[in-house]
Design a protein around this ligand. Structure first.
Ligand code: K1U
Ligand code: ZN
Length: 169
């Protein structure tokens, strides 16, 4: 297994649209293992392949307290969304230290292949539903701060670029 490096906002590669995965082969099995290791090490509850600069439709998630219930979603598709929405506080491993509210569906049903390539339907609510919507946005090249006002987004962009310049010294 290997730790992967996570792209930082505003890297333009975060805005690439991911392509479908044609087959769950040994390369994808290895990528899943590496993404899970990277997500656990970064103490995240989710990670999209886009964030590790792989532009294919793959997400890993674990919202369990014990961090022992990994969920792998390959080629995820939203098949149902609840009529109700709520604003939830979100964070992102690609925008460290920034948290803000984003409106999301309260519940979603998602069809996706699992780590063995078997097609499943996941019925999600609460944090899992929020996390799935956040990660599926990554696959479409959208970072959560892009829902915020231009004023907030520009402040965040400046702050991130400053931190990255300081880190490079
Ligand atoms: O996509 C990512 O960068 C992972 C992200 C997922 C996420 C967190 C919160 C709401 C929606 C999606 C994170 O794991 S950020 C770090 C984190 O563990 C966290 C932050 C806020 C609430 C809960 C967890
Ligand atoms: Zn994110």
């Amino acid at each position: 297994m290997a730790l992967l490096s996570i792209l930082r906002y505003p890297d333009p590669c975060l805005n690439k649209i991911a392509k479908p995965i044609a087959s769950v082969d040994a390369r994808i099995v290895q990528l899943v293992a590496d993404m899970l290791e990277t997500m656990y090490e970064a103490k995240g509850i989710g990670l999209a392949a886009t964030q590790v600069d792989v532009h294919e439709r793959l997400i890993v998630i674990d919202v369990s307290e014990e961090r022992d219930q990994p969920l792998v979603l390959i080629n995820p598709q939203l098949v149902w969304t609840s009529p109700a929405t709520h604003i939830n506080e979100e964070g992102c491993l690609s925008v460290p230290g920034i948290y803000d509210g984003v409106e999301r569906f309260d519940a979603v049903h998602v069809q996706a292949q699992d780590a063995r390539g078997v097609l499943r339907t996941i019925e999600a609510d609460e944090l899992l539903a929020v996390c799935i919507q956040h990660e599926m946005d990554h696959l479409m090249g959208k970072v959560f701060v892009e829902y915020l006002s231009p004023l907030k987004r520009n402040r965040i962009k400046k702050k991130m670029l400053k931190v990255q310049r300081e880190d490079a010294l």
